[in-house]
Each structure stands twice: as C-alpha cells, then as structure tokens.
Design a binder for this molecule. Structure first.
Ligand code: NVA
Length: 332
C-alpha cells in the first residue's frame, strides 16, 4: 500500500502536460512543488485505516520506502524531479509470479520503483520474476501536445509506454486501455512478454486520459461495474460483454484541495475488491454502496479525503503482490 510522504506535483515539462494535464485548459494555474502538509497528513491517516481494514480481512500489508521527490533524475536527454509513492498500482504490474516495473510515460515517475527495492529483493529471493519493461527514453517527440483535444491522444507510438493502472487483470485475460498513459506498443510488449497463454485485450476510444480503474471495476467473475459516462451498452468491450454489468450511479463529489485536482469524480468508483464478496468503497458513495449490497457484495466504507487531490482511490493506492490460486479462464 502506497504512502503520501513527500508527494509533490513535479516541475512542469512536456510529459506532465501530455500525461497528467491533457484535459486541463489552464496550464498556468497548475501548482508545482510539495503537496500541502494537511493533504499528506490526512491521507496518511486514511491509509492507516485502509491498512487496518485489510489486516482485519486477513491480508498481509507491506509498504514502500518514501522517496526524496525533490531530487532530480534524468537520462542525459532531460531532467525531472519525483512525484510520489502513493499509487503502487501505476508503477508495477504484479501478474502471477511476475513483478513488472512499468515503462511509465511521465518523466517524473522514472525511478519511482526504487521505493519497492527491498520488498522486491525479498520477493525475488522467494521466487518472484522481478523484471523491468524496457526503460523508455521519453524524448520530446514521444508527446504530441500541439493541438490537445479530448479524442486525440497525446502519447505517441515512439516506444512501449504504460502505467500499470491502464491494465486490469482478469485471470488469463488482461484489459489494456490505450490512452495518454498507455500506448499500443506497450500492449504489444506486454503480450509478447506474457506469451500466448495470456490475452491482452486493447480497449480503444473509451477514455483518453489516465488509467482504466475509474472506468471499469471487476467485481467478481461474471459481474462488472462500468462507468456509464464512458461506456454504453453497445460499447462494452469484448469479452466482458458476456458478464452482467452494473452501471455505476453518478458519483458523489468529495471535492479537492485548492487547485490540486488530479481526477474526475469517477474516482468514486475506484473501489478495492478484497474477495468476491467484499469491497472497500469511499464512504460518501452511498448510491454505489447500496447497489453493491443489492448484488450481495458487503462493503467496508472508508474515507479517502484526498483521492481527487492526489489522483488515487482504493484500487490505485494498493497493489496485490501475492495471491492464492492459479490463473483462471473466465471467458470460454
Ligand atoms: N484519471 C481517472 C482516475 C484514474 C484512477 C479519472 O479522472 O477519472
């Protein structure tokens, strides 16, 4: 589970504009530098509650080491400072015995996986296949910010790039969103890496911005939560169209701190399934909670006061590292 210490909005560069702010018209009003102390402290309180809930549900929780996000890194072509360690879901794809460090398209997030170093070293010693996808160069030509429009992607097909949160794992099938935070070359790299035993389904034209987990939430085999602002009955991606859909009710807007807005209100559907009958959901999302309960899913309702401010709900701030069982085939 992530941590909020040292979270900062990186200095402005072309990658930040293309990846995090392609849907913001007022680039000049975007803050940079450390997140306000109140945001960090309250977020860490909320994360502690999430830790306790998971531990009570029998989950062993481990945490990354905070990074010095003020220090600069680079690759000879550019320099950037760091971002945060709040969303492990973005920087690593844990899949079976693989721990895959993702080729993230934001310059500020290169090197973020340093926060997992000692955890992954131990995991590797216990048999995990710890790898890094090819490190992207992230040259200026990777990004197209010349004429930013909702349906025009800002991430070019120069080299494989993705945040792991563009992916949802579903047994032997993976859903991969093509968007500003994941390109087709990234999907190709992942398919080649995993091999023909697994199927990477690319989703196109659904949502151009960051990540898949405020658009689709896999609840349990056969049941999926969908965002009706981004997907309609006719555009449910195959093979998920064989599952029963729950259309997410309009989320309750919990607001954000100052001008630190890093996600839409749909972060409210960014829930965490602990098991097929238990979800952890943001406590203000009462219409969603009632709907889940109708489908026999118990809900633990917890706060994430700054999920819009930091751009991460319960699914984003967690990463399942080790689970029991083997990969299933949920689609025949
Ligand atoms: N970028 C998404 C949130 C991803 C967890 C949104 O704003 O809806």
């Amino acid at each position: 589970m992530g941590r909020a210490e040292n979270a900062r909005v990186p200095d402005k560069d072309i990658s930040l504009k293309a990846i995090n702010y392609a849907n913001h018209s007022d680039w000049d009003s975007i803050p940079s530098g450390p997140y306000p102390e109140q945001v960090v402290a309250e977020t860490n309180e909320d994360l502690e509650l999430l830790c306790s809930a998971l531990r009570e549900a029998g989950v062993e929780v481990v945490r990354p080491t905070p990074l010095n996000t003020a220090s600069k890194h680079g690759n000879g072509h550019w320099e950037a400072n760091g971002y945060y360690t709040y969303c492990p879901r973005d920087s690593v794809l844990s899949f079976g015995h693989h721990l895959i460090e993702s080729p993230m398209p934001l310059r500020a997030r290169q090197g973020e996986t340093e926060c997992f170093r000692s955890l992954f070293l131990r995991a590797m010693q216990s048999g995990a296949n710890w790898v890094s996808a090819p490190r992207p160069l992230l040259l200026d030509e990777c990004y197209d910010v010349s004429d930013v429009q909702p349906d025009k992607l800002t991430l070019r097909e120069s080299e494989p790039c993705f945040d792991a949160a563009n992916i949802l794992k579903c047994g032997r099938d993976l859903f991969y969103l093509i968007s500003n935070s994941g390109n087709k070359l990234g999907a190709q790299w992942l398919q080649n890496f995993l091999g023909s035993e697994f199927r990477v389904h690319t989703l196109e034209g659904i949502y151009s911005y960051m990540h898949l987990d405020s658009t689709i939430s896999l609840l349990r085999p056969g049941l999926v939560l969908l965002n009706p602002a981004r997907i309609s009955k006719d555009t449910v991606p195959a093979p998920l169209d064989t599952w029963e859909p729950i259309w997410c009710p309009e989320p309750v807007d919990i607001g954000y701190y100052g001008s630190y807005c890093h996600s839409s209100t749909w972060i409210g559907m960014n829930l965490l399934m602990v098991n097929p009958n238990l979800a952890i959901v943001e406590k203000n999302q009462l219409p969603l909670i009632r709907l889940l309960e109708k489908h026999r899913i118990d809900v633990i309702a917890l706060p994430t006061r700054h999920s819009r401010t930091l751009g991460g709900g319960f699914h984003c701030v967690t990463l399942d590292l080790l689970r029991e069982g083997n990969p299933e085939s949920y689609f025949s």
